[in-house]
Ligand binder design. Structure first.
Ligand SMILES: [Zn+2]
Length: 286
């Protein structure tokens, strides 16, 4: 599933193509994309408007349109945006036609991706702030205190807490594993057991993992693709994620696979000492 670095990769690739361009027509072939809004209403509301800016908040892409409307696009599991894809690209659900004769297609085999039209910036910010914690790459808001407060008194595993988008926006399964390894924290450790001295390394580990992910053009372990269909390369630089049975890059011990917070999770239990007893929600996998 695309996380912050994958969505930011798409944003950086797409922004120079679409900013300043006007949507001359739009075609939503799958009503699920914008449900409960009617496809015809969304098409009408966007057509004729200029894309003033392409932004991002967490895993949401934000098309800010002339007249104030805001379109929030979420790739979810398998959504991708393709520039200049031929009509009827595989799993095409939505197509934007722009005033310079170019087109943008939203393709999505599993059909969980969404487009949400909101009337103005204030409504957009209220919608996002209700669902998302701070942006991890904004040092002014993503302070160690954010994590300290989130972990305080919590029995839930630390990985589950940082996967919660209300803790910090945009971190998913890959980058949570990579960040916890960087900080030397076992993913199944209860939040309240994270030591004070580990908070800042974890904050830094989240930022480093995300920035390296962006540098690598995101990770393509599943459907994620760039605007031109190319794959990201960050999967080649994973330290622990998807590396079960391989040696830890720091100590050489074998990386273990487990389930934590319902997600396939990877850790080095030498560098990331496990809690004395794994929480009931966590288990090892062969
Ligand atoms: Zn290790």
């Amino acid at each position: 599933m695309p996380e912050l670095p994958e969505v930011e990769t798409v944003r950086r690739q797409l922004a120079p193509h679409v900013e300043g361009r006007t949507i001359t027509a739009m075609r939503i072939d799958d009503g699920r994309w914008c449900a409960p809004q009617e496809p015809g209403e969304v098409e009408d509301a966007l057509t004729g408007h200029r894309i003033d800016a392409l932004g991002r908040r967490g895993k949401h892409l934000i098309f800010s349109l002339s007249g104030g409307a805001q379109l929030l696009v979420h790739l979810r599991m398998t959504g991708i945006l393709l520039w200049e894809a031929e009509e009827g690209a595989p799993y095409e659900r939505v197509r934007f036609f722009l005033d310079d004769e170019h087109a943008l297609a939203f393709c999505d085999p599993r059909r969980f991706g969404t487009g949400l039209l909101l009337p103005d910036e204030a409504t957009r910010d209220a919608y996002l702030d209700e669902r998302l914690g701070p942006e991890p790459l904004d040092p002014a808001t993503f302070t160690p205190d954010v994590l300290r407060r989130a972990f305080k008194g919590r029995e839930a595993p630390v990985k589950g807490i940082i996967l919660d988008q209300r803790t910090v926006a945009g971190v998913g399964n890959i980058y949570a594993d990579e960040a916890l390894f960087r900080a030397g924290i076992h993913p199944a450790r209860p939040g309240r057991m994270v030591q004070a001295a580990q908070i800042e390394p974890l904050r830094d580990g989240i930022i480093e993992a995300l920035e390296l992910g962006i540098d690598g053009g995101g990770a393509s372990i599943d459907d994620f693709r760039h605007l031109d269909g190319a794959r990201g390369s960050f999967q080649d630089d994973f330290l622990v994620h998807r590396r079960a049975g391989l040696p830890c890059p720091d100590c050489g011990a074998e990386i273990r696979k487990m389930v934590v917070a319902g997600r396939g999770t990877y850790a080095c239990e030498v560098c990331q000492p496990p809690p004395r007893k794994l929480p009931r929600s966590a288990r090892y996998l062969p």
